[in-house]
Design a protein around this ligand. Structure first.
Ligand SMILES: Cc1cc2nc3c(=O)[nH]c(=O)nc-3n(C[C@H](O)[C@H](O)[C@H](O)COP(=O)(O)OP(=O)(O)OC[C@H]3O[C@@H](n4cnc5c(N)ncnc54)[C@H](O)[C@@H]3O)c2cc1C
Length: 453
């Protein structure tokens, strides 16, 4: 094939949206040498985010939900690199290699932007500095290590006030990520304390969920969200609604209602934003997201598509933007790949994106979930089983499905894994470090020494 006639499709982002577009294009252009597809992602793996909280709680292993992107690529070229600039006018993308910072410029005929979102701290540097987040595999691993570390230290602490501070976990954000994280951590810490850390009393452990909304899980049907609230409260989690976290230090979080919560762990899941490489693009944006038309194209740039969390797609029925979920990203990918086929082959007509969610579900603890699927609402163990079954089928590759199924089975019969492997890195822990803890633990002795000298 003459390379001048070859159509180049460049996919930016190897998450739910990018990978699904890639897989569908592989089917559409199977054995078609006139189309060359390339994929760029900064990590060399696809991350199955719905199971991320289970990494933090020691149920599944990090590599079980991380699938090397090269396993999806057959004849396609994969670049593990950061997208550092996009020039949609000149059809060029600059990518930067992590290893040595070398920049390469890729050209394309068709561009698919699926770069997802990043954590939004709304400019609050102190919260950013003192909290964890739950977005990447590194975040989940860092949280797990930190939580185990807190339990190790609390178990050696005789002062109940200090022990309680070490054992207070505040999760900010009442959406899926926050609710699932607090549910998982609650079980993890309470079970581990019961089995391994006998100096930690169950009443030392405090789990707090702070939500800026009137309730939690605003995406869900109010009845089912209420069930989730009651269930979390029953398992000992304190939910603080209508409240924002406004400040944080290494041992407290300060809330908009004037309350200061002493704690040693803050997990921030309260907002997402769009990376500047996307929000700075020369096109229309809504909250940083790329505004696309119903064919998921950027108006004025017929050859550029955007989808997933980084795209603002209007639901024509409600006038609202479709929510940023994996479920929507997967549906959008079907339209993008179909419309790419339409643009390249001219054999099919463009399709419009129009989707009604089939339902939502969440896991909120061991053998406990909530689900609203095809109008059928349920909670407790049945919802938990529906969640597990659905997400196991969604997890790519047979091998990873087997590994996760094995982890879940083992978890039903054995105790949690509290192995603390590797040193905690200051970077992933933000500024929470051993010196800080040392200050907490030996503060009195230091003060006495100071006074004596
Ligand atoms: C903890 C958690 C739980 C969730 N649970 C659910 C759930 O149960 N159900 C559900 O439907 N949704 C859930 N979601 C939301 C879901 O993960 C997102 O909606 C979905 O991942 C969006 O897909 P995407 O492809 O747009 O973005 P992503 O999946 O985030 O993919 C974006 C990709 O782009 C890469 N990237 C970003 N910037 C660059 C750059 N500059 N250069 C190179 N690569 C880059 C990223 O590394 C990533 O691989 C959850 C999210 C989280 C964090």
């Amino acid at each position: 094939m003459d390379s001048d006639n070859q159509k180049k499709i460049l996919i930016l982002g190897g998450g739910f949206a990018g990978i699904s577009v890639l897989q569908q294009l592989q089917k559409i252009f199977k054995n078609n040498k006139s189309v060359k597809i390339s994929l760029v992602n900064e990590d060399n793996f696809f991350l199955f985010t719905p199971m991320l909280p289970e990494i933090a709680s020691g149920i599944i292993h990090p590599s079980d939900i991380s699938i090397p992107l090269r396993t999806f690529c057959k004849n396609e070229k994969f670049y593990q690199a950061k997208v550092s600039a996009i020039d949609i006018k000149n059809k060029l993308v600059a990518i930067t290699r992590a290893f040595d910072g070398k920049v390469k410029v890729l050209d394309y005929d068709y561009l698919v932007i699926a770069l997802g979102s990043t954590t939004n701290y709304f400019g609050n540097k102190r919260i950013e500095k003192n909290s964890f987040t739950m977005k990447t595999i590194q975040d989940a691993i860092a949280i797990k290590s930190h939580v185990i570390h807190m339990m190790e230290i609390a178990d050696q602490e005789d002062d109940k006030t200090v022990r309680e501070k070490l054992m207070t976990f505040v999760v900010v954000g009442g959406g899926f990520a926050g609710v699932e994280t607090v549910g998982e951590l609650n079980d993890f810490v309470k079970e581990s304390a019961r089995h391994f850390y006998r100096n930690i009393n169950q009443d030392d452990i405090k789990m707090v969920l702070v939500s800026a909304n009137g309730g939690i899980l605003p995406e869900l049907d109010p009845d089912i969200a209420k069930k989730a609230t009651e269930s979390l409260q029953k398992s000992g989690i304190r939910i603080i609604p209508n409240t924002k976290a406004v400040d944080a230090g290494n041992d407290f979080v300060f809330l908009g209602n004037g309350e200061s919560v002493p704690c040693s762990t803050i997990i921030w899941t309260a907002g997402v934003t769009i990376d500047s490489v996307v929000s700075g693009l020369d096109c229309e944006h809504k909250a940083g997201k790329i505004v696309v038309d119903s064919h998921l194209r950027i108006p004025k740039y017929e050859n550029v598509f955007a989808l997933g969390d980084c795209a603002a797609i209007t639901d024509t029925k409600t006038g609202n933007i479709y929510p940023p979920t994996a479920q929507h990203a997967l549906r959008e990918s079907k339209i993008v790949s179909h419309n790419l086929r339409s643009a390249i082959t001219g054999k099919v007509q463009d399709k419009e994106f129009n989707y009604e969610s089939k339902g939502m579900m969440a896991v909120i603890g061991k053998r406990n979930g909530i689900a609203s699927v095809f109008g059928y609402k349920t909670s407790g163990t049945i919802a938990w089983v529906i969640w597990k079954t659905y997400y196991l089928t969604m997890l790519p590759t047979f091998e990873k499905k087997c590994r996760v199924a094995m982890d879940w089975t083992v978890n039903l019969f054995f105790k949690r894994d509290i192995t603390l492997v590797g040193k905690i890195k200051k970077k992933s822990l933000n500024e929470f470090n051993i010196t800080t803890l040392d200050d907490v633990l030996f503060k009195d002795e230091r003060q006495a020494t100071k006074q004596n000298s």
